[in-house]
Design a protein around this ligand. Structure first.
Ligand code: C2O
Ligand code: CU
Ligand code: CU
Length: 456
């Protein structure tokens, strides 16, 4: 697949009128005068944010904030985003978890050319599934996501879901020092292990905030892990919480339980029964407090647990006729290309192949080719001592079994594959394209743990 810049610009003729963005403002977001063209004008630009009181962090923002502006759409409708790049480097937007046509998937040299500084790109697609999703670049990911280019994308159910209250909680862990300056987003010795962790955790850009929730109500909390490498061990001690959806797909409501492991890129929608006024709950990552949920008085009558959310229109894989493909995720063993400046390190591989993040032709050599509308089982084998949140673009899959735990099947776009675990997932290859298949620990992805899967 090759692109010329000229080809990519066709169809963007209307863009000349867009010079207005300047006008002194570095970014602007809002509903444009002509809603026929787009719903959002989303600008990526540098801006200082205050993560640590009294300090400045030179973040990169979507819509002037980091994590980025929350975008919303309704299931079955179009989302039209005119994206404008005011960063000092090329970028793209990938819509994580959304089943869409390849040319909207935001992978450079696979679905589009990178959007250069000063350029814009119109992302236009229908959203088939309701749920909690997110968006981020697919270029220089460790740095671009690390600096804050991550944002929630909420697709509302067609009909009111039964939740009267909801909050999005964007979880992010930042690579900053005590002065708010960025530290290395990816350090080779960490990339070769669990990934380079940040040190400051925030919810909606604030460290350990207090969120006020209406007493006695059932509130939908959309927890989204927008972090490069960290798996959150989500806990809500003493709280009455049920999981309503996992990674954008409804499940039969089930108790949150003691702990839920939310890997990079993953989401859960929790229904939480807010305790009586004056009581508080502590949302935790293991022993660490992420946020305090404070109960405040409300005039509303006591809320009840809503009905389960309606299923998304995902095709059911037929396990009897499915063909099985095996994928081994392993440590690459040698620090092969660690010599020259600017060369990528290789620490990880899938079926013996490492993805070279600097090689634009990698996607021309897909690791597997699926027949359009074929049914498949992927056997995912982790041969390493680190966990990998395995993510697939363009297709939603069903988790069907694991050799490590009992699986109550669910649909998802990301599966957290534990140390030495073998799990089976199944899907119908109903979306033609070349789809990235990678670990969402960003520095694993950038040091080999990525491949392309073709559906033709
Ligand atoms: Cu959030 Cu390639 O993925
Ligand atoms: Cu994705
Ligand atoms: Cu990984």
């Amino acid at each position: 697949m090759t692109f010329t810049r000229r080809k990519m610009l066709v169809g963007l003729a209307g863009l000349a009128t867009l010079g207005v963005v300047g006008g002194g403002a570095r970014y602007w977001i809002g509903r444009p005068a002509d809603p026929v063209t787009h719903d959002y004008e989303l600008i990526a630009a540098p801006a200082d944010i205050e993560l640590i009181a009294g300090t400045k962090t030179p973040a990169w923002c979507y819509g002037g904030q980091a994590p980025g502006l929350e975008l919303r759409a309704r299931q079955g409708e179009w989302l039209r985003v005119r994206f404008i790049n005011h960063l000092p480097e090329p970028t793209t937007i990938h819509w994580h978890g959304i089943r869409l046509p390849l040319n909207m998937d935001g992978v450079p040299y696979v679905s589009q050319l990178p959007v250069l500084p000063g350029e814009s790109f119109d992302y236009l697609f229908q959203v088939p599934d309701a749920g909690s999703f997110w968006y981020h670049p697919h270029t220089s990911s460790a740095e671009q996501l690390g600096r804050g280019l991550v944002g929630p994308l909420i697709v509302e159910e067609r009909e009111p879901s039964g939740f009267r209250h909801e909050r999005t909680l964007s979880l992010k862990n930042w690579h900053v020092d005590k002065q708010g300056a960025f530290t290395d987003f990816s350090v080779p010795r960490e990339a070769a292990r669990g990934g380079t962790p940040g040190v400051l955790s925030t919810v909606n850009g604030e460290h350990a905030p207090t969120l006020e929730l209406p007493a006695g109500q059932v509130v939908r909390l959309r927890l989204i892990n927008l972090t490069n490498t960290v798996t959150y061990r989500v806990k809500l001690p003493g709280g009455d919480a049920r999981i309503y959806a996992i990674d954008g797909n409804p499940v039969a409501p089930r108790p949150l339980g003691k702990v839920y492991w939310l890997g990079p890129g993953m989401r859960i929608d929790l229904a939480v029964k807010v305790p009586p006024v004056g009581e508080m709950l502590s949302l935790r990552n293991g022993p660490l407090r992420l946020a305090t949920l404070a109960s405040v008085a409300t005039a509303e009558t006591e809320g009840d647990w809503p009905a389960p959310l309606p299923a998304n229109p995902v095709a059911e894989p037929d396990l009897q006729q499915a063909q099985t493909l095996r994928f081994n995720f392993e440590w690459a063993g040698t620090l092969s290309s660690d010599s020259g400046q600017g060369e990528a390190f290789t620490f990880w591989q899938i079926n013996g192949q490492a993805w070279d993040i600097n090689d634009k032709t990698c996607a021309d050599r897909p690791i597997a080719t699926l027949k359009k509308d074929g049914h498949y089982i992927f056997e995912l084998r982790n041969l390493s001592q680190y966990q990998h949140p395995i993510h697939l673009h363009g297709l939603t899959f069903k988790v069907i079994s694991s050799n490590r735990k009992r699986i109550d099947p669910w649909y998802t776009d990301t599966y957290l594959l534990g140390k030495n675990e073998t799990a089976r997932i199944a899907l119908v290859a109903d979306n033609p394209g070349v789809w990235m298949f990678h670990c969402h620990v960003i520095d694993h992805m950038e040091t080999g743990l990525m491949a392309a899967i073709q559906v033709v």
